[in-house]
Structures are given as structure tokens and as C-alpha cells.
Design a protein around this ligand. Structure first.
Ligand SMILES: Cc1cc2nc3c(=O)[nH]c(=O)nc-3n(C[C@H](O)[C@H](O)[C@H](O)COP(=O)(O)OP(=O)(O)OC[C@H]3O[C@@H](n4cnc5c(N)ncnc54)[C@H](O)[C@@H]3O)c2cc1C
Length: 361
């Protein structure tokens, strides 16, 4: 049985960055993921401006800047005429913008950096059990291609297996479906464009290779009405929104639709130290999940060693959870009650303040 200092379950942004931070201090780290990379993921693929300080700590900001597209603002569009454009806050004067990059590229870049820093990475390896014996954790994982069972041992085990791993611990779901596909289409002028419809919203972000990520969340009712045909759903959204209609008419879908369901919020009750979505899941509309994944990994494994600060992780997620009722209200009423536009006309600074609060950690 192989012996390590740290075992990390899940090689998404949280697990890979936790592995890089841990390896920095000379730890022998094993990072396991059930998928083979590069892999796609349902995500808006927007990195908030707060991410740069963590990418700098990981020594990865220059590499990320080579792949993807700068995002300076967010444009909210409802119906045919109303749209407002809000500047993203400047949180790092050297890198005063957000970023659009596919999860396929972003997650693979983090994982290859982890390998480069000496982390042992095992892909296609699904963790099925773990047990604690005295001061050691023993972890069982199955190689997905061969079915071979493996055991690993370490004094530290970190849970970074994402949102889906939380289902068995949390009660309550909402009835929504997340969806995404890549398109080529007209340029978006470095703005995340958000279109609202009766039962959800869709966001457009330019990523790398001239592609645009189209990602949204719709009620299950809405998805059933189009029999799960997301091209049909796009056409329906376009009927309610002239600007999106024009964009879609000139666009071409380049990948198949990916979907996800179940959105459980709240803090993980698991006794293992957890980072990223495994710790807590925030409202995707905020576009902060990836930044929080890196921030929580830094709190648990970053220097000055050893922070191991799980209460700071809770605090990070709680701050964002406090915004949830306000965001739900805004999303539920955005389509039928364009109060946001009135607010913006009268008090633009209030809207700008809210964007700053949403984007900061
Ligand atoms: C619709 C939608 C849109 C979003 N848009 C954005 C956005 O624009 N910007 C943003 O910042 N955030 C966004 N998010 C949130 C973001 O996707 C997550 O916060 C982020 O993926 C969290 O990273 P993570 O590493 O914690 O989890 P994940 O990225 O989910 O990684 C977990 C990894 O664990 C692996 N795993 C799971 N179980 C096992 C097991 N048993 N054994 C081994 N491996 C396992 C999985 O294969 C996966 O690779 C969005 C989320 C949704 C649902």
C-alpha cells in the first residue's frame, strides 16, 4: 500500500489548487479523480476579478492569460429594449478584469501544474470508501477502465469531490436544470451578456479559440416543455429577447449540450476538511464558485503553512450565502418586474456597489 502525506479526492479547481498548495511545502500528495482530463463541465466559464490574487499565489496567472478572453463588464438584458451594462470592479490594478475560459482548458491547466509541482495524479480513479485508523486515513479507489481496486494511505484526507458528492448529506433540492454548449457567434465586446426569460436566464461569455460559452439555468418545467431539446429552448428564449435572437441567428453550435441538475446549497456536514463545492455551493449566478474553490484551497493548504483554516472557509461561503435571498428575488422578478432598470436609472451607484460586493471575496 502506497503511503502519502495528503490524499485529495477530486481534481477540479478546488482539488488541484489544494494539491499545488500542499506540494509547495514538500508534502507527498496524491490527487485522484474519477474523470479523465481534459473534461467538460456545465459552468458559465466566467472567472471573477477576485480570482487573480489566488492564481498569482498558484503562480498560474500568466498561463491563464494566454488562454481565454478578457471580460470588463456584465450586460443585463430583459425583453427587447431594456439593457444595462455594469462595469466589473477593479480588484487588482495589474489585472483589472474578469476572464472567460473553458473549464476544459482551465481545469486541465491546473491539473498539469499540480503534476509539474510533483503531485501524483491518478485519473479515471473513483474513490469508493475511506476509513480512519489511528492517525491514518485509508482510501479505496477503483480504476474505472479495469475495475481494479487500489488502497492508499495518508495522515491527511481532503474532500474536493464537488457539488454532486454533497447530495447524500444535504436535504432539499430546487427544480432547475443547468445547461451549456459552445458556439461561434458575433463578438460580445468583452461583456458577459445575461438574458432573462420567464423561467430562468442564459449567460454568454467569450472563451478561447473564438468560441462563446452559452450557459443557463431553467426550471425543469421549461425543459420538459421543449422535451429536453435545448436548441428549441434557445429559440423560445430568442422569441422573448430581440438581441439574443439576432446573436443566435448568426451563431453556430460547436459542441453538444451538457446538462446538470440538483442545486443544493448550505454547508457540508461531512467531518473531513472540504474545499470548493464539496464544502458549500453558492448561487451560480454570482460567478464565484471557481474563485471560492481556489480561496478555500488556499485557506486549508496555503502558506504561511499551515493555515488549515476551516472556519475561514465557512466564513467565505457564508458571506456569499447571505446574498442568496436577494439574488433569488432579483432572478425571480427580473423578467416580470424590471425594477432593476428603474433602480439603475435612479441610482446607478447602488447597482455598481452590488456588483462590487458580488465580485469581491
Ligand atoms: C450552471 C452553473 C454555472 C456556473 N457558472 C459558474 C461561473 O461562471 N463561474 C464560476 O466561478 N463558477 C460557476 N459555477 C460553479 C462552479 O462550476 C463550481 O463552483 C466549481 O466547479 C467548483 O469546483 P470544485 O473543484 O469544488 O468541484 P468540481 O469542479 O465539481 O470538481 C470535482 C471533481 O471531483 C471529481 N469526483 C467526484 N466524485 C469523485 C469520486 N468519488 N472519486 C474521484 N473523483 C471524484 C469529479 O470528477 C470532479 O472532477 C457554476 C455552476 C453551475 C452549476
Amino acid at each position: 500500500m502506497e503511503l502519502f502525506d495528503s490524499l485529495i479526492i477530486g481534481a477540479g479547481p478546488a482539488g488541484s489548487s489544494a494539491a499545488i498548495f500542499s506540494a509547495e511545502t514538500g508534502n507527498r500528495v496524491l490527487l485522484l479523480d474519477k474523470s479523465r482530463f481534459p473534461r467538460d463541465k456545465v459552468c458559465g466559464e466566467f472567472l471573477s476579478p477576485a480570482i487573480w490574487s489566488f492564481l498569482k499565489k498558484l503562480g498560474l496567472h500568466s498561463k491563464i492569460l494566454e488562454t481565454g478572453t478578457r471580460v470588463d463588464s456584465a450586460t443585463f438584458v430583459i425583453g427587447n429594449e431594456k439593457s444595462i451594462r455594469l462595469r466589473l470592479p477593479v480588484l487588482d490594478p495589474e489585472l483589472p478584469f474578469g476572464w472567460g475560459i473553458s473549464r476544459r482548458s482551465f481545469d486541465a491547466l491546473l491539473l498539469s501544474e499540480a503534476r509539474y509541482r510533483g503531485v501524483t495524479v491518478l485519473e479515471n480513479m473513483e474513490v469508493t470508501h475511506y476509513r480512519k485508523e489511528k492517525s491514518f486515513f485509508t482510501l479505496q479507489a477503483t480504476e474505472k477502465t479495469t475495475g481494479k481496486l487500489n488502497e492508499f494511505r495518508a495522515s491527511r484526507l481532503i474532500h474536493a469531490a464537488g457539488r454532486e458528492s454533497r447530495w447524500k448529506h444535504l436535504k432539499g433540492t430546487t427544480h432547475k436544470t443547468g445547461f451549456k454548449a459552445h458556439f461561434t457567434g458575433p463578438a460580445l465586446e468583452h461583456s458577459v451578456r445575461l438574458y432573462f426569460f420567464k423561467k430562468g436566464y442564459v449567460g454568454l461569455v467569450e472563451v478561447e479559440n473564438g468560441e462563446t460559452n452559452v450557459c443557463g439555468i431553467a426550471s425543469n418545467e421549461c425543459v420538459s416543455a421543449v422535451k429536453g431539446n435545448f436548441d428549441e429552448l434557445m429559440k423560445e428564449i430568442a422569441e422573448e429577447n430581440g438581441e439574443f435572437k439576432a446573436w443566435l441567428a448568426a451563431a453556430l453550435r460547436k459542441s453538444s449540450w451538457l446538462t446538470c441538475s440538483r442545486f443544493d446549497y448550505g454547508f457540508n456536514q461531512n467531518t473531513l476538511p472540504a474545499v470548493g463545492d464539496a464544502a458549500s455551493f453558492v448561487e451560480p449566478f454570482l460567478g464565484q464558485g471557481i474563485t471560492l474553490a481556489l480561496a478555500s484551497a488556499f485557506q486549508l493548504c496555503g502558506r504561511p503553512h499551515n493555515l488549515r483554516n476551516t472556519s475561514k472557509i465557512k466564513q467565505l461561503y457564508k458571506q456569499k450565502a447571505r446574498l442568496r435571498p436577494l439574488i433569488s428575488l432579483a432572478l425571480n422578478s427580473a423578467y416580470s418586474m424590471p425594477w432593476l432598470f428603474r433602480l439603475h436609472t435612479r441610482w446607478p451607484a447602488v447597482c455598481q456597489h452590488f456588483v462590487r460586493k458580488a465580485c469581491s471575496l
